[in-house]
Ligand binder design. Structure first.
Ligand SMILES: [Zn+2]
Length: 253
């Protein structure tokens, strides 16, 4: 019974995170502040009140329209909120927590993992729309990686290889090359740092598989060589999936 309450709670947290993520995906490429500025309707610019921003429910009660200008709210937002809720619920389930016996270590780990998942979802969202990973996200990735390494050091993990991954991330950030391949490497080393070799390898294999299938399908269509395939978003999606799967395996469920 207690578990069900925790999972419902996790789902709600997930939808809230999803709602924050859509806002971040919309604002970060425009260089707008994601924390201070109040939410507004992108069509009529009317500021939204609390009632307009409850994930899923607001969408249903307002019938997918803006209360002020009646403009349609994109269904993509609803899908992302539900998707985030499910993903986050599965993530919490995969940890197989004993809520009555939870320590600081677990709490800090959950917090860092949550921020990592949110970062990946923002990367996925922006990459799908704009086909790049912004510098601000790369910078944020560096900050959260540093916190994670510090955490690993404190709990007594050998941080040698994590520091190497970190230096590579830092180098990619410093050289400031706009080529898409550098963003792909950045996301790959970020996943290596947070989810380890096996999960990252599984991620790479599935991304390659998707790319191969895509090429086979596209063979019959007109091929546009200049079109960038959003590889970073594929890495993000499969990394989240395999991270959760490996947690399930490790926790013996
Ligand atoms: Zn509006």
């Amino acid at each position: 019974m207690l578990n069900i309450i925790i999972y419902v709670f996790a789902f709600i947290i997930g939808t809230l995170l999803g709602s924050f993520t859509t806002l971040a995906v919309y604002r970060i490429p425009k260089k707008e502040n994601i924390l201070n500025k109040r939410s507004y309707c992108p069509n009529c610019n009317h500021k939204l009140v609390f009632w307009d921003m409850i994930p899923i429910f607001s969408y249903i009660f307002l019938r997918g329209k803006c209360r002020y200008c009646n403009d349609k709210v994109r269904i993509r937002y609803l899908i992302l909120e539900v998707f985030s809720g499910i993903i986050y619920m599965l993530f919490v389930m995969s940890l197989n927590l004993n809520i009555l016996n939870i320590g600081y270590k677990e709490l800090i780990y959950i917090l860092i993992s949550t921020i990592y998942i949110v970062t990946l979802i923002i990367i996925i969202g922006i990459d799908r729309e704009k086909k790049y990973v912004t510098r601000s996200i790369k910078k944020f990735g560096l900050i959260i990686s540093l916190i994670y390494i510090l955490y690993l050091y404190i709990v007594g993990v050998n941080i040698y290889r994590y520091v190497i991954y970190y230096i590579i991330l830092l180098l990619i950030y410093i050289i400031q090359n706009d080529k898409y391949i550098f963003s792909v490497f950045y996301v790959l080393f970020l996943t290596l740092l947070f989810t380890g070799t096996i999960v990252t390898l599984a991620t790479i294999i599935f991304v390659l598989l998707i790319l191969a299938i895509k090429m086979l399908v596209q063979e019959h269509k007109k091929i546009d060589n200049n079109k960038i395939i959003p590889i970073c978003s594929y890495i993000g999606i499969f990394n989240i999936v395999f991270m959760i799967l490996s947690n399930f395996v490790n926790s013996g469920m």
